[in-house]
Each structure stands twice: as structure tokens, then as C-alpha cells.
Ligand binder design. Sequence first.
Ligand SMILES: [Zn+2]
Length: 133
Amino acid sequence: MKYFKMEEFECRCCGKVRFTENIEALVENVLDPAREKLGMAISVNSGFRCPRHNAAVGGEPQSQHMVGEAADISPLKSGSKLEQLVTVIVEQGKYDQVILYPTFVHVSWKKNGTNRRQILKKSGNGYQRLSKG
Ligand SMILES: [Zn+2]
């Protein structure tokens, strides 16, 4: 946890943060290295979500946000390319899923279990696969 604070991952509706060991693993394996290489601050738009908040924002029922394995992030500097952030994460090589959305990047990391190494792009109602994964 070099560049991020646990408070940034608190649920946006209730301020709770759970599964902090998973969040720490996400930061140490994915977010801190990405921040270092990108050379600019990264904002956490959504970190941990309680089940109620996850439902409220239309998250998937089994969303990794509910177990601290996922974050939606974007470079803090406006005008920065999200594609660049995706590239940096992929080049680091440690990720479970990286999903490029129009206004943010969803990234996940499994502390326990197999990381799928999927790169996807949100497209209409579905996802377009950018990697073999
Ligand atoms: Zn909540």
C-alpha cells in the first residue's frame, strides 16, 4: 500500500470496507505497480461494495467488488487515456480481469485462486474480448 489508502476503497453508500486482505493484495500486485509505471495519480472510483450498494449500482450478483478483489479506476489527470492505463496493467502482467469501460477501467486480482488474465472491453450490453484469456 504505497500509493493508495484503505479509505479510498470504502463503500460509497455506507463507508464500510471489508476483505481488506484482498484489497491489499490488489493494491500491492496491480494498482501500486500500475501507478508507479504510469507516473500519475490514479483515482479509485469504486472499491469495496456492500451487497446493497452493488445492487444499487447494477453490479453483477457475484461482483468481485463485494469481496475486495476489484476496483474501478481512472487516471486522476483529465484527458489521460484509459487505454494507456490498460496497457500499463497488462504489461505488468499481474491481473485477473481488466475491463475497459468508456469512463473507467475495472481491474481485479485474486489473492486466492487462479487469476484469469482476461482483457475485455465493455461493448453495448456485453463484453468484447481483447485477449485470448
Ligand atoms: Zn455500502
